[in-house]
Design a protein around this ligand. Structure first.
Ligand SMILES: [Zn+2]
Length: 131
């Protein structure tokens, strides 16, 4: 499997950055709508940092609708961190290159389709393991 070209990587990077900006504003707006004052304090933190600690804290608060955005933002930022390293576009499980079509459809993908499917089966049904 061929690795992504520089052009393909920069196109995906553009998609990721756009998504990152959108997610951050969605999270911020979600927090602003919240009646709880302490969430509002955190909204300011989300706007100017990619700090994982903020995402972790938000996830801990268990705000369902925001939590999903935070999870995705974390994936997007993790993908952005891999760009420029040899690991971007490479499956974290099997080390094979992830096809460009998959990266376009799911720009923060960290696994190839086969490994993602296996990961989700394990993750979704931990008790269904045949081991
Ligand atoms: Zn894989």
């Amino acid at each position: 499997m061929e690795q992504l070209t520089k052009d393909q990587v920069s196109r995906i990077a553009g998609v990721l950055k756009e998504r990152q900006g959108k997610l951050r504003s969605e999270i911020r707006e979600g927090l602003m709508r919240s009646a709880n004052e302490r969430y509002k304090d955190m909204a300011g933190m989300v706007s100017d940092t990619g700090d994982e600690a903020v995402a972790d804290t938000l996830a801990d608060l268990g705000i369902a609708e925001i939590d999903r955005d935070v999870q995705e933002l974390r994936e997007v930022e993790s993908a952005l961190a891999r760009i420029g390293t040899a690991k971007f576009g490479i499956c974290t499980d099997c080390g094979e290159a992830i096809v460009f079509e998959r990266m376009q459809a799911h720009s923060s993908a960290a696994r190839c389709l086969a490994c993602q499917g296996r990961h989700e089966r394990i993750y979704a049904h931990p008790k269904a393991s045949s081991l």
